[in-house]
Every structure is written in structure tokens, then in C-alpha cells.
Design a protein around this ligand. Structure first.
Ligand code: IFM
Length: 448
């Protein structure tokens, strides 16, 4: 075994998201979000489960921050629920909502953990969706206002801000194949949503800077495509460069317009939008779980999730092991992705999510020995080290997730936590992976 040591200042964190852990869905003035509506719609989530109670983190915040401190975390990436701050998405601030995050930030700072809020992790106030949702420009504009409200209160203590989490999911799962809220299946709406999410990022970045934010970023979930050259280029354009290029270069790739011309002429991109989007960011957040494989086949129909993808078909190599999500395990994909972003865009990165679902629960002795997750984390942390060795400027690693939680359409069936949650009692138990991760943090490195 060789000990791989990380550069000084490299940060170790965990991440969660408001709707996945908080619960308290109707408390202290929180308004409904698209995920409340979607999860209460029959057939949309596993066993009709919702985030109404989730991990009850809203009432157990102190206990959970103490848990984080016991792991020695440098950072914690949580998300702010827009419907707690502005129950209708616009208009007056709900004092109890902003007070809640103010207290969370204080608790983190007291525990020596750098707070990293994400402003949007999918819980759009329902009132926006009632007026058209992300395909409407108004949603992006109001997001800028909301960012200013949150930053005004928290910016003095926040280490790094993340405007959006995985806008690909919001646009293409939310409005393309409909597996996520709001559950629409409209290709044009998905493309409009992608643009308005980019615009929302740009407007929020400017609002955050104006309020004195020190570091601003966005957490993307780029696909790491593998397969033949043609298919890889197309997927990269449609799924990755639709975000990378406007945010980091101020342009959309011409091939994106060509391949989606069957759906739209993109006239919803207004003069000046690309300048608004192309704001300086301090680093790029990269969420990575697995690569995806594609081949070019001129007869393949467009996949519903990705408008413009006609001619590309996905496949899965049989030989790779998979997690409980059925996602193949391939750590080199993370190295390749980080190195590629470094080479093509020259921006520092942070791994803002990485982890694996496994069902392991407590044994007779009460211990949760999730050996597969330990292997997954070990190999992927080593893959980050490989990327650094290859020249990528990677500033940190964030395990998804701190605790088991509401895994969207999969409900509570899939467990990503390094901390086990017994949903009947809300008891938290450190899994072997949490103990392993605490040692990685203490050693500032991992053995391979
Ligand atoms: O749980 C999600 C998270 O909300 C966003 N990224 C992927 C995770 C696992 O599916």
C-alpha cells in the first residue's frame, strides 16, 4: 500500500441538500416546492415517498453538526431551500427561514467547519412552476434577487457559494424525460430551462459578488462519455458544453444549435445573456459517480432526456461492477474528467459530490460495515490524486452524502450516506465508511 498525500489546503467535506434531509416541510412559513408537489403525485416516487420528514435535520441540526465535527470535516456543502426564504419565490423574506440558515452557518463556524451553501438544489418554489418554471425567463431573474437576500445575511461567514447544483438534472430530468420534478416531457422546455438556469447562475454570481461573497462557483454533473469518437463528441456537446461553454467561455457551441434545430431556433437567448452568464467563477464544482458509454448509430432515435441526441445510443459494458443504483464503478472516469476540465477550460475544480448507494444496514452488533462504499471512496479519492498528479488544480473532495436521505424518485430505497439513518427512530450511526473517511481527513490522504 502506498500513502497518497494531498496538497496543503486541499479541503475534505460532505454534502447534503435541503429537500433530501430537512423535513419540516410545512414549518416556520416554508412554502411548497415542485418536489413537494411531484412526490405527492401518485406514481412519481418509490412507494409514494416524500421529503416531508426526511432525516428531520431541521430539528436535529445541532446533533448533525456535532456529527460532522466528530468526523473532522473541513467543509460542509448544504443547500438553502428557496421556499423557506421566499415561500412564494418572490416578495418578502420569511424571517424564520433565513434565521434557520443563519444559525446553521453559526453552528458550522463554531465547529470549525467551513460553510458552503448551494442556493438551488432542485426545490423550486411551486409558484414559479405554476407560471411556467425554468423555461420562463422570470424564474432566472427572481433567482438573482433571492441570491442577494441570502448573501446579504450569510456572506460574512460563507467560505464558498454554489449557485446551482446539477442544472443538467433540473433541465433534462425535470423537463426532458420527466423523472424529476416538475415531471414534464417537453424537449423545447428542457432547452429553454438549460439556458435560463445558466442565466440564473450568472445573475446570482453577480448578486453574490455585490454582497461581498469571497468565492463563487456552480456544481455541475458533467457526463464522462466513453465510446466512439462521434458519439462522445455529441454527448459532450449536448450534456456538458451546454453548461461549460456559456459559463466559462461566454458562448454556446454551434453544434448544440445544429443538433437541436429540429426543436428550437434558440431565439429565447437574448442579446447580452451570454455576457451575464460568463461571470468569473473561482472554481468549478464537479459531481461524479460513473462514466457513461455511447456509440454512434444513425438509426438510433433521440433519447427523451437529451434533445438533439438522435444517432447516439447508450450501452453498458457488462463486465464492470455496479452500485445499488446499477451505476458502473469506474474511478478513472473521475481522473479523466478533472484532467479534461483543466486542459480545456483551465479552471480550478473541487469534487462537490462523489459516492455510492449500498443498502448495508446495522448488523447484530449494531455496526454498519459498508465495505463496498469504503472501496468506492478509497478508489475515487485515489483517482482525484491521480488527476492532481496529471496537473489538474483540484481544491477539495466532497463525499455524497453525509447521511442516508431522500433519494428523489427512488425515495428512501437508496442509501448514499456515510452515516446510517434509521428512519423510524431517526437514529444516526457512523458506518465503516464514515470512520474510513475520518481517517482520510486526519491523514490528509489515502492508502492505495
Ligand atoms: O442524491 C443526489 C443528489 O441530490 C444530486 N447528485 C446525485 C445524488 C445521487 O443520485
Amino acid at each position: 500500500m502506498t500513502q497518497l498525500t494531498f496538497p496543503e489546503g486541499f479541503l475534505w467535506g460532505t454534502a447534503t441538500a435541503s429537500y433530501q434531509i430537512e423535513g419540516a416541510a410545512d414549518e416556520d412559513g416554508r412554502g411548497p416546492s415542485i418536489w413537494d408537489t411531484f412526490s405527492q403525485t401518485p406514481g412519481k416516487t418509490w412507494r409514494g415517498q416524500t421529503g416531508r420528514v426526511a432525516c428531520d435535520h431541521y430539528h436535529r441540526t445541532e446533533e448533525d453538526v456535532a456529527l460532522m465535527a466528530s468526523l473532522g470535516l473541513d467543509t460542509y456543502r448544504f443547500s438553502v431551500a428557496w421556499p423557506r426564504i421566499q415561500p412564494d419565490g418572490t416578495g418578502p423574506v420569511n424571517p424564520a427561514g433565513i434565521d434557520y440558515y443563519d444559525r446553521l452557518v453559526d453552528l458550522l463556524v463554531e465547529a470549525g467547519i467551513k460553510p458552503m451553501p448551494t442556493l438551488y438544489h432542485w426545490d423550486l418554489p411551486q409558484s414559479f412552476e405554476d407560471r411556467g418554471g425554468w423555461p420562463e425567463r422570470e424564474t432566472a431573474e427572481r433567482f438573482g434577487d433571492y441570491a442577494a437576500i441570502v448573501a446579504d445575511r450569510l456572506a460574512d461567514r460563507v467560505h464558498t457559494w454554489w449557485t446551482l447544483n446539477e442544472p443538467w438534472c433540473s433541465a433534462f430530468l425535470g423537463y426532458g424525460d420527466g423523472h424529476h420534478a416538475p415531471g414534464r416531457t417537453e424537449p423545447v422546455a428542457a432547452l429553454k430551462a438549460a439556458h435560463h438556469l445558466n442565466l440564473a447562475h450568472g445573475l446570482a454570481t453577480q448578486a453574490l459578488r455585490a454582497a461581498g461573497a469571497e468565492r463563487v462557483s456552480i456544481a455541475l454533473n458533467p457526463t464522462q462519455p466513453r465510446g466512439d469518437e462521434e458519439a462522445v463528441r455529441i454527448v459532450d456537446t449536448l450534456a456538458n458544453r451546454v453548461f461549460f461553454d456559456p459559463i466559462l467561455k461566454g458562448e454556446y457551441p454551434a453544434e448544440l444549435f445544429e443538433r437541436t434545430a429540429v426543436h428550437t431556433d434558440w431565439s429565447f437567448v437574448q442579446d447580452g445573456d451570454l455576457e451575464q452568464i460568463n461571470q468569473r467563477i473561482d472554481l468549478l464544482g464537479v459531481n461524479y459517480y460513473n462514466p457513461a458509454w455511447f456509440r454512434y448509430n444513425p438509426d438510433a432515435p433521440e433519447s427523451q432526456v437529451q434533445p438533439g441526441s438522435a444517432g447516439v445510443e447508450g450501452y453498458r459494458p457488462e463486465e464492470l461492477p455496479v452500485t445499488d443504483m446499477g451505476w458502473p464503478i469506474e474511478p478513472t472516469g473521475l481522473t479523466d474528467l478533472l484532467v479534461r476540465i483543466h486542459k480545456d477550460y483551465g479552471v480550478p475544480t473541487m469534487v462537490t459530490e462523489n459516492g455510492a448507494a449500498y443498502p448495508t444496514g446495522p448488523g447484530e452488533d449494531g455496526e454498519v460495515d459498508d465495505v463496498e462504499r469504503v472501496d468506492y471512496l478509497r478508489s475515487h479519492i485515489a483517482a482525484v490524486h491521480d488527476a492532481i498528479e496529471e496537473g489538474a488544480d483540484v481544491r477539495g473532495y466532497t463525499a455524497w452524502s453525509l447521511m442516508d436521505n431522500f433519494e428523489w424518485a427512488f425515495g428512501y430505497d437508496k442509501r448514499f450516506g456515510i452515516v446510517h439513518v434509521d428512519y423510524a427512530t431517526q437514529k444516526r450511526t457512523l458506518k465503516s465508511s464514515a470512520k474510513f473517511y475520518a481517517k482520510v481527513i486526519a491523514d490528509h490522504g489515502v492508502e492505495r
